[in-house]
Design a protein around this ligand. Sequence first.
Ligand code: SF4
Length: 264
Amino acid sequence: MTLMTEEIARFFNKFNFKVFISIDGYKKAHDKTRKYHDGQGSFEDIIKGIEIYREYNQDYFIKGFQGTIENIDEFDLQEVYKMDKYGFIEARLAPNLLGVSRKDALKKARLVGRFLDLNPGNRLAATEVYFKNMTKLINKDDYSFFFNCKGLSSYPEISLYLDMTNWRVSHLCSYVPAASLPLEGLGHDIYNPILWKRTETFIEDRIDSLFKNCLECDLAAICRGGCIYTGLDKENTLNESACAYQRELWNIYIKKVYQTYDEE
Ligand code: SF4
């Protein structure tokens, strides 16, 4: 969005591109993590870019953003809700759990859990894909296993990933390098059986890892190993801090759901 021009905005409109943007919560938090080489934050440029983009893309207005929660001790939840002044009604903020301590992971879970209480009183809602998935799971007639994250589910129509910068393709989430292959080596055939085999191998490894690491866990049926950044990682090994995050957050969520049913 920092590179947005009228020409690009018109191009997106003409070819019906959907654009997703990243903002790490609000100006102060974002400018600490998303900086230019000279140390300046990129927030103001993003907002200017959005204004240009929206002028030519009224049908697809960018109503929300997603971003990362980094510095947990400084993060101010109320500031996220003030982002409605830029026309946003939705924010999805996922914590960075790579290389963080268990203590910080727990703090991040409690912070994300707080969104559940704050959302009803605000115009902007902070969403978390796990809660949405759980609602779907609860309402399913039968029980069947599916991964917490669409990107790991290997349905090509929703997760086919093509990296245009180095021409790699994958049927899984783009953050799983083990599942991708150079397009050239596949004869430019995205349905090449070699690619399917890659996908199959990764999924099988993940299932093995789920049995090994998560089967005894009381939250296994809902957490399901989480996504590769918040549970079992992209090598299918357990990230202890991310696992602690999942446990804490799911427990907050379950209590909240129970309380809501109780009130009703
Ligand atoms: S909370 Fe941890 S052990 Fe339990 S299912 Fe999730 S990742 Fe696995």
